[in-house]
Design a protein around this ligand. Structure first.
Ligand SMILES: Nc1ncnc2c1ncn2[C@@H]1O[C@H](COP(=O)(O)OP(=O)(O)OP(=O)(O)O)[C@@H](O)[C@H]1O
Ligand SMILES: [Mg+2]
Length: 394
């Protein structure tokens, strides 16, 4: 890219989607990010590997971001950030401190030409070419649901709960420790101790994540009901997983099958993922509900798990026909969109498509403007929500 870039007058803009677990980074107009890397960096002060979102205060975040953005530009895409246009795909629920600090790092430290902040739920629709959808982002920290109607996010209907990869991994670790203790005793009796060479409670997060992605799946609704009622079911085969090159641990079939159940379990507050979807639709205007239900759009890495989408649709349909919702939400059809890319970078792709339009020139915040304002306009701040009335020629 950098070779051809020297020939053209304009520098190609970059697109950054800085997620809680993975960062997607690449150029506008391309069909996939150049890199998808963990959002972590070696801390300049302590030398430890730290997640970007584990910051303690603004200064800490600033130094983490300086290192991280430097690595993105100079190790992964090999172009200079100076005088470059940047598109940032961010959640509408992103903390203001994070957004302001990221802007400060890019404008003041790396001297980028301009930044265009785009809401991830909204630009994800650019990949489909539709204006209305209920966007359900199941990433790492939480599931975030925001309906978009005719290109406008309906903010009063947003829903968010910590029901995503982090909760699944915590459940997997928990189930695994319980099952492991039972298995260890049983193996001790029959002398097969080699299989359980490692204490599972000390497995690092990255290993638990790898076990989840390679070994776990979302089970069917029928089997889930049987397991929750402790009815006898045929267990899936266990998985032998190698750690540290030479040690084997055995992942029981039941752990592989039940880790994702945490998303669909209905607790006392009925905050399962299917409840949140229907609650969000109910919060929207009555004339928009049918269209939203027929345009569900799942994005985020967690929805890539085998069986996730079919289970999700079964749960939503079953809840829709339950006595709790059938009167309040009399809808017959629920449909799901199929994105043209992998689910974990659909929002990034939306940003890459949006950034390739004239909107980049029209809506970006230039460095000069930022330096005079010393802040980034924010939808949540009333000071920036002034009505702009263009003066008509007299
Ligand atoms: N094929 C897969 N099966 C199951 N999980 C997967 C798969 N691929 C990725 N994941 C999980 O998706 C999660 C990351 O998803 P994503 O990239 O959408 O999160 P994020 O954008 O970093 O987080 P957030 O949106 O909460 O800020 C990781 O926990 C990863 O383990
Ligand atoms: Mg994300």
């Amino acid at each position: 890219m950098s070779i051809y870039e020297g020939l053209s007058a304009d520098k190609l803009a970059v697109v950054l989607d800085l997620g809680a677990r993975y960062t997607k980074f690449g150029f506008i107009g391309e069909f996939a990010p150049r890199c998808i890397i963990p959002s972590e960096i070696k801390c300049p002060s302590s030398g430890k590997i730290r997640y970007i979102y584990s910051y303690t205060d603004e200064n800490d975040l600033y130094s983490l971001l300086v290192e991280f953005v430097h690595m993105l530009f100079f190790k992964h895409v090999l172009v200079t950030p100076k005088d470059r246009h940047v598109v940032i795909v961010e959640s509408l629920l992103c903390p203001t401190l994070f957004r302001d600090t990221l802007a400060k790092v890019l404008y003041r430290h790396f001297e980028v030409a301009s930044i265009l902040f785009v809401p991830s739920h909204l630009v994800a629709l650019c990949t489909l070419g539709v204006k209305t959808a209920l966007v359900i982002d199941v990433g790492y920290e939480e599931v975030q649901i925001i309906p978009v109607y005719e290109g406008v996010p309906i903010l009063k209907a947003w829903q968010a709960q910590p029901l995503a990869a982090k909760a699944i991994e915590a459940r997997l670790r928990n189930n695994f420790i319980n099952a492991y203790n039972n298995m260890k005793n049983a193996a001790g009796d029959c002398g097969d101790t080699d299989t359980f060479a490692e204490d599972v409670s000390e497995l690092p997060d990255s290993v638990i994540e790898d076990i989840k992605v390679r070994g776990c799946f979302v089970t069917t609704m029928e089997r889930s009901e049987m397991i929750s009622k402790s009815e006898p079911v045929k267990e899936p085969p266990p998985l032998k997983y190698r750690i540290k090159g030479d040690k084997l641990i055995l992942i029981p079939g039941i752990c592989r099958e039940t880790a994702f159940e945490v998303l669909f379990e209905r607790d006392n507050d009925t905050n399962s993922i299917q409840d949140l979807v229907l609650k969000s639709i109910l919060e929207c205007g009555i004339d928009t509900r049918k269209q939203l239900a027929e345009n569900l759009f799942l994005v985020g890495g967690t929805v890539m798990a085998p069986g996730f989408k079919s289970r999700f649709m079964r749960e939503v349909k079953a809840l829709l026909h339950s006595p709790e919702y059938c009167d309040r939400l009399p809808l017959n059809t629920v449909k799901l969109h199929n994105p043209p890319a992998k689910d974990n970078y659909t929002c990034w792709l939306g940003g890459a498509i949006f950034g390739a339009t004239d909107m980049l020139q029209m809506r970006s915040l230039s460095r000069e403007k930022y330096l005079s304002l010393n802040t980034v306009p924010d939808w949540s701040n009333l000071a920036h929500n002034e009505l702009v009335i263009s003066k008509l020629p007299t």
